[in-house]
Design a protein around this ligand. Structure first.
Ligand SMILES: [Zn+2]
Length: 397
């Protein structure tokens, strides 16, 4: 693999399209690296990947990871990071970075936040001062961080909220997108992605898609999902979005990271995913495996000398047994790191296998094998997944 230098900040080349589903395999050329999609992007900074180094992420084959604008914007602050040659220099990470707008963290982490047309107002959890995160401010921080992909500030409402607030947030997100586009100081080297909103209302989603796809942005995210809504609503909004998104631009489904969801949403036409779940669950001793998950802390593994997954090629599985990790969890935080490495490796390996099957023209077969392995019997297949897959011509037996 060679680092790609591209004249424009983003180029998407479709390598293969599944003839049955809406899945596609692409090469996404970004300023620091060419990313093979479909791709899962781990969260690479501030807390979530505690103790995992840029080197380790790289050796797991990670081509793009996330940085948290909210955390980095507060501490150590955008000025310091800019002086360190951006977040790439600060982290010593040579591949791509995607930064979020900071808005989501504010709404979810900070209790006292207020959304006005100007932006999101909140009290700093560090010193109690009132801070306004406007679209311009969010882009200014992300310009300082120097990420390859920046996310627009959007007006986030929980996916379970209904009524006029959802419509208001959708229209405001469109206005904020225009302000973000105007505020981007580095359109030649930093890609700004729009975020499709509209809650669980098909008409609002379509209206948002129609407006946002008229803007000249390098890529689109599907936002406002994965927040506790019914899975049945979730997949319908995903597939509606990919139906209207332009074929020649990347599609990023935000906040999705369960293996089944990833496989189904690739079939529905999504290219990029992120989620804190795989790393968060690792810290509780939950290792992701092709048959679901393995709880390392459970007694039954105390004398089990197999690796977490005998077929896994990650450094943890090559070196350590379930029994060792079980014992380590009682005394040492290193156990969390070992399971975190395994879980990131699981996600990245899963997506590589998905991609290979699309390239080889056997993705529907891959899905059937994957589901058989994940669930002890077909009557345990989730109904929503079966329906979603049926909508793209894949029948599970
Ligand atoms: Zn492993």
């Amino acid at each position: 693999m060679a680092a790609a230098t591209v004249p424009s900040p983003l180029a998407l080349r479709i390598v293969a399209e599944c003839p049955v589903t809406k899945a596609r395999a692409c090469d996404l050329a970004l300023p620091h690296w060419t990313v093979s999609t479909p791709v899962f992007m781990p969260v690479g900074t501030q807390g979530t990947l505690k103790g995992i180094t840029a080197d380790q992420l790289e050796s797991l084959g990670c081509q793009i990871c996330l940085g948290n604008t909210y955390h980095l914007g507060m501490r150590p602050g955008p000025d310091l990071i800019e002086r360190a040659n951006g977040l790439h220099g600060f982290m010593n990470w040579k591949r791509n970075l995607l930064t979020d707008s900071g808005g989501f963290q504010m709404v979810s982490l900070v209790e006292l936040s207020e959304v006005t047309e100007e932006g999101v107002k909140f009290k700093s959890p560090y010193d109690g001062k009132e801070i306004l995160l406007s679209p311009e401010k969010s882009i200014s921080i992300q310009n300082s961080l120097g990420s390859d992909i920046m996310m627009q500030l959007d007006d986030v409402v929980s996916s379970t909220v209904k009524g006029p607030r959802v419509e208001e947030a959708m229209h405001r997100s469109i206005r904020w997108l225009d302000r973000c586009i105007a505020a981007n100081k580095h359109p030649d080297r930093q890609n700004l992605f729009a975020i499709i909103q509209g809650g669980l209302d098909a008409q609002l989603r379509k209206a948002c898609l129609n407006e946002m796809t008229q803007r000249d942005v390098p890529g689109f995210a599907i936002g406002g999902l994965s927040g506790g809504e019914e899975k049945d609503d979730f997949w319908r909004m995903v597939t509606l979005s990919t139906d209207y998104l332009p074929r020649e631009k990347p599609r990023y489904l935000m906040g999705v990271g369960y293996a089944v969801d990833l496989v189904v949403c690739v079939a529905l036409g999504c290219d990029m995913f992120d989620c804190v779940f795989p790393t968060r669950t690792a810290r509780f001793g939950s290792a992701l495996v092709p048959w679901g998950s393995l709880q390392v802390k459970q007694k039954q593994y105390a004398k089990d000398f197999q690796p977490i997954d005998p077929d896994c090629q990650c450094p943890t599985c090559k070196r350590h047994s379930r029994a060792y990790l079980h014992a380590l969890f009682k005394s040492d935080t290193a156990a969390m790191h070992h399971v975190t490495i395994h879980n990131i490796s699981y996600q990245l390996t899963l997506m590589r296998s998905v991609r290979q099957s699309i390239v080889d023209g056997r993705f529907p077969e891959f899905i059937r094998t994957f589901m058989k392995r994940m669930f002890p019997s077909p009557d345990q297949y989730p109904g929503w997944a079966m329906e979603a897959l049926a909508s793209v011509n894949v029948a599970l037996d």
